[in-house]
Design a protein around this ligand. Structure first.
Ligand SMILES: CC(C)(COP(=O)(O)OP(=O)(O)OC[C@H]1O[C@@H](n2cnc3c(N)ncnc32)[C@H](O)[C@@H]1OP(=O)(O)O)[C@@H](O)C(=O)NCCC(=O)NCCS
Length: 232
C-alpha cells in the first residue's frame, strides 16, 4: 500500500505469524506542512476541532497525520476489526486484529533521571525486583520494555486504564521473551494474552498484547524482531 500520509516505518506483523489475527503498522509523523494540511481533509469535524485545540504546530501536525493515516488504514476494515494506537514523538504505531482485543504502546528508549522512582511507583513488586537486578547498562531498555508492556496490556483490557498496575507482572529483562507472567486473582489469565516487544524504529521500543482466541492459529515464537537500537 502506498502511504499518502506519514512514512511507513514498518508494516509487518512483528512476532505474529502471517495469517494471524494481529497486524502492526508503524508510521513516521514528520511530514512537510503542505502534506499535513492535505491530511486535515481526511479528518472528521470532531478530529479537526481536537487538532485546533492543540497549542503547538508540532503537536497538531503529529495528531493530524496520525489520524489521517489511521483513517487510511481503516478504509477497508471488516466489521470485526479492532485496533489500538500509540504515539511517541514523530512515530505512531497501530495494531489491528480480527475479533480479539489488542493493545499497543511505543516509547523512545532514553535515560531518565527519575526512572528508578517511577519504577518503584508503577512497577509491581516482582517487576521492580527484576528492574533493580539489571546491569545499569540495561536499565533504560528494561524500564521501557516494562512500561510499554504494562501500557499495552491495560490498553488491551480496554476499560482497564484504572486497572491496578501491581495486579499483574510482565517480563522486562533485555534478551528475555516478552510475557505476561501473572494476573492477580486469575491464575490462568496470563495464558490468555500473547505479548511481543519490538523496535518499530531506531531508538524506540513497542509492545503489543493480543488476546489469544481459541480459534486462532498457534502463535509462533518471534524470529524476526529487530534488536532495539539495531539499524534497519
Ligand atoms: C491513557 C494512556 C493509556 C495513554 O497512553 P499515552 O502513552 O499517553 O499515549 P499513547 O499515544 O500511547 O496512547 C494514546 C491512545 O491510546 C488509546 N486509548 C485511550 N484510552 C484508551 C483505553 N481506555 N483503552 C485502550 N486504548 C485507549 C487512544 O487510541 C489514544 O489515541 P488518541 O489520543 O489518538 O485518541 C495512558 O496515559 C494512561 O493513562 N496509562 C495509565 C496507566 C499507567 O500509569 N501506566 C504506567 C505504565 S507502568
Amino acid at each position: 500500500m502506498v502511504p499518502a500520509f506519514g512514512s511507513v516505518v514498518s508494516d509487518v506483523s512483528h512476532g505474529f505469524p502471517v495469517g494471524s489475527p494481529v497486524e502492526i503498522v508503524a508510521t513516521g509523523l514528520a511530514v512537510e506542512p503542505a502534506a499535513a494540511r492535505a491530511a486535515t481533509a481526511f479528518l472528521s469535524d470532531a478530529e479537526r476541532q481536537r487538532a485546533s485545540r492543540l497549542a503547538f504546530d508540532r503537536d497538531r501536525r503529529r495528531f493530524v497525520v496520525a489520524r489521517a493515516r489511521l483513517r487510511q488504514l481503516l478504509r477497508f476494515a471488516a466489521s470485526d476489526l479492532r485496533f489500538n494506537v500509540s504515539h511517541c514523538d514523530d512515530l505512531a504505531v497501530y495494531a489491528f486484529s480480527h475479533g480479539c482485543e489488542v493493545g499497543i504502546d511505543v516509547e523512545a528508549v532514553r535515560v531518565m533521571g527519575d526512572a528508578d522512582d517511577l519504577a518503584a511507583r508503577f512497577f509491581s513488586r516482582r517487576e521492580h525486583g527484576a528492574y533493580r537486578a539489571l546491569h545499569p547498562r540495561d536499565k533504560p531498555l528494561g524500564f521501557f520494555q516494562c512500561w510499554t508492556r504494562k501500557e499495552a496490556f491495560i490498553k488491551a483490557l480496554g476499560d482497564g486504564l484504572s486497572y491496578p498496575l501491581n495486579r499483574f507482572d510482565v517480563s522486562l529483562a533485555p534478551g528475555e521473551p516478552a510475557r505476561v507472567l501473572r494476573v492477580e486473582g486469575a491464575p490462568e489469565d496470563h495464558r490468555r494474552w500473547h505479548m511481543e516487544s519490538f523496535a518499530p524504529a531506531l531508538g524506540f521500543v513497542a509492545a503489543v498484547v493480543a488476546e489469544r482466541r481459541s480459534s486462532a492459529v498457534d502463535f509462533l515464537e518471534p524470529t524476526d524482531l529487530l534488536a532495539v537500537g539495531e539499524a534497519r
